[in-house]
Design a protein around this ligand. Sequence first.
Ligand code: PEP
Ligand code: MG
Length: 569
Amino acid sequence: MKIKGIAASDGISVAKVYKLISPTIIINEDLTTDKGEEIVKLDEAFLKASKEIEKIKEKTLINLDEEHAMIFDAHLQILNDPEIRRQVLEEIDNKSYNAAFAYSNVTETFAMIFEAMDNEYMRERAMDVRDVSRRVLCHLLGEKMSDPTLIDEEVIVVANDLTPSDTAQLDKKYVKGFITNIGGRTSHSAIMARSLEIPAVVGTGDVLQKVNEGDIIILDGINGEAIVNPNKELIAEYKKINDEFTKQKEVWSKFKDKKTTTLDDVEVELAANIGSPDDLEGVLNNGAEGIGLYRTEFLYMNNSDFPTENEQFEAYKKVLDAMGDKKVVIRTLDIGGDKELNYLEMPKEMNPFLGHRALRLCLDKTDLFKTQLRALIRASEFGNLHVMFPMVATIEELRSAKALLKECEEELTKENVSFGDYKVGIMVEIPAVAILADQFAKEVDFFSIGTNDLIQYTFAADRMNEKVSYLYQPYNPSILRLIKMVIDASHKEGIWTGMCGEMAGDQIAAPILLGLGLDEFSMSATSILRTRHLFSDLSKNDMEKLAQEAVNLATNEEVKNLVKSNLKK
Ligand code: PEP
Ligand code: MG
């Protein structure tokens, strides 16, 4: 059986299916006639849950750090809480409740008490109680509770969707790739798969329903396909394709320490997108000439509370230190859309991608925003910092954000805290900004085009919805014209334009972008060497003509064919 989806991360893997599913917990309220048996069941479930939590804690300690591992100490405390146990036993004994019903009753009461407290820290404990409760209930009800941190053999993870934090928990040693029902090439789990260098196919619609736990699967992240229970011949065929791909990568790797130059000796900059300082190794191994986008929201997402000014300062400093005098673009918090914070209540919105998110939220919650801005300004001493605001829609928003930066600078000066120079720029990801780029260019030091969002907003097509993924049309002349407007407007004001959306590393788009005069291309670190290889074979002069032709075509497909036929020559 062949399953089609969207190619999200290159490479081919063959491994067993591991289904990552949220269990459905249905508790029957039948009374028990054997209280002793219920208590035995309860103790068995406690023991299993306790072993699992210990294991997760151990893994977290190895893969992340002590601070994250401490969360599981809290889980063990909840699991072993004598008061919870006493009340559960009482309900079994006095009311003849079955173990699951009694345990869920008691833990829910505790969770509600925590939730009603004034103290934010205590309110968050409600989530931990519910988490532990689910684990125990799964064991009581014989439901599988999948947990990516518990994987300890080679598998391909199959899920409805993977949140960015699920993806962060995948251990590359065992997880050989993933396939999801929903999502598109620019959903954040896809972007992270490329950083982790594991093959991925997303947006299949129904892979989770079609495969069984333990099925063998070929995951073809190059063509966006998966083959379930293939025969030996097919596995051999795919091994060949994978060998070819490995050979290709060897050719690209020769470009690691080279500058990015075209056939006619024009230099351009190839930078990397990162989500955390942990990605630095990949950045350096792939010869990036800078960091074009540091998505700081992952620092917030991988935490159980807002990271403090010092925690942020340390993370930013680490990246700046590692990059020496190379440019580092750090984007301020871009939360919302498919990125949520467990500890920040964000009211459900009809259209989260169009909602109260990113800079909009930061301008509303200025305390939160200023903590980040202060950390950034303090880090400016340690490298070539460029601060970038996401989701800017109007000049007023930009001015407000810049005013807050000024305010933070003044506060730090008063506190005798030293800081260095830094640049300020914006993401161009809302069409309104691309159209008004000439005005914005007068008020910033640089632009970086966020095509993941620019394309979704231009085509009014949710980037997470596979049903409209055909509208992710990076080569469509409408997008090319917007990009051209932005680049031309920036050059007129003497500032540079980069691109940090996935389009920058797209091998069909990159030649046109070169021709349109894009100054910096920022992409998943794993796309850098192949792009440097590609550019070494192109003349900028020829690409200018090609781009001119492309912007005057009518469709995405026509542009694609134009580039393909030119690259063959
Ligand atoms: C973009 O929108 O193109 C972008 C780079 O930001 P993100 O993918 O994080 O929204
Ligand atoms: Mg964006």
